[in-house]
Write a protein that binds this ligand. Structure first.
Ligand SMILES: [Zn+2]
Length: 275
């Protein structure tokens, strides 16, 4: 199995998975969806009562229930350094919470204002500031305030979607587009919703075969006399995005590492059973 990168942006990637099978392609898809680890806010402490700011009294009330604000905080993508953080249950602190398994944020705002994700202040390195600063959390009126301490811990999407790193993870069989005749060149070119074909002089050319979605519109023009289209079930065009907690490159590397570990553990277990 091999990966050839077509596009690699900070939060988006497109690549070809070569010499694979549909089962292997799906294993990679499912690993990216459910097994990638990331940090997300899991515990939120709200200050209750009045807060005095420079002689003015604010009440810790908001138009939203506390649990709604806690849920919104949970869904904010938290930057995750996989070399720095680990799962609490695997940490040397044995789950008590320490800088290796937990990030603490404070949120202190007084109305009138809109509270955004960018108002979360990490206690520690400024690298832990959330990257999407404009996610609205709650709107405060005059005299209202929030004072919150939030703890982010590592998890995976198997437990809750707030720990889902990758989304829009999908693949298609690699399109194999073969031009057989240019007799109906114009009709074939116009039939394609993805503009795969060009007409060069009178010749029909499959100029952008990777854009093909195997819809067969071009084949239906004349029953396949002009063009044949097949999906190659050993090579796959993959796309995915991340929520920004991990870069696309790190997410892909981690997914490949997880598959490798899992298959090795499975092979070892089978080996033990055979003995
Ligand atoms: Zn710890």
């Amino acid at each position: 199995m091999r990966i050839d990168i077509l596009e690699m942006e900070e939060r988006r990637a497109r690549f070809i998975l070569r010499d694979a099978t549909p089962a292997k392609a799906n294993a990679l898809r499912r690993t990216m969806l459910s097994d990638l680890p990331k940090m997300a806010i899991d515990k939120v402490e709200f200050h209750l009562g009045s807060i005095d700011v420079d002689g003015k009294d604010f009440e810790s009330v908001t138009p939203l229930f506390d649990e709604v604000i806690a849920h919104r905080l949970g869904m904010v993508p938290v930057p995750t350094d996989l070399d720095l953080f680990t799962f609490q249950e695997k940490c040397v602190c044995e789950g008590e919470g320490c800088p290796s398994c937990m990030i603490m944020y404070s949120l202190n705002k007084n109305g009138p204002c809109t509270v955004y994700s960018g108002d979360l202040e990490p206690l520690g390195s400024p690298d832990l500031r959330v990257k999407d600063e404009h996610i609205p959390l709650v709107e405060l009126s005059n005299g209202q305030s929030v004072l919150i301490y939030a703890h982010a811990v590592m998890g995976t999407a198997k437990k809750h979607v707030k720990w889902q790193v990758a989304n829009g993870v999908g693949y298609k069989y690699m399109p194999v587009v073969t031009v057989r005749s240019s007799a109906n060149a114009k009709e074939v070119e116009e039939s394609c919703p993805r503009k795969v074909f060009d007409v060069d002089g009178k010749n029909l050319v499959a100029a952008r075969p990777m854009d093909c979605i195997l819809c067969d519109s071009c084949v239906e023009i004349d029953g396949g006399k002009s063009v044949s289209v097949k999906g190659d079930d050993k090579n796959f065009v993959f796309t995915f995005e991340t929520d920004g907690s991990l870069s696309a490159e790190k997410a892909l590397r981690k997914a490949a590492e997880l598959i490798s570990e899992k298959t090795k553990a499975f092979a070892d277990n089978i080996g033990e059973m055979a003995v």
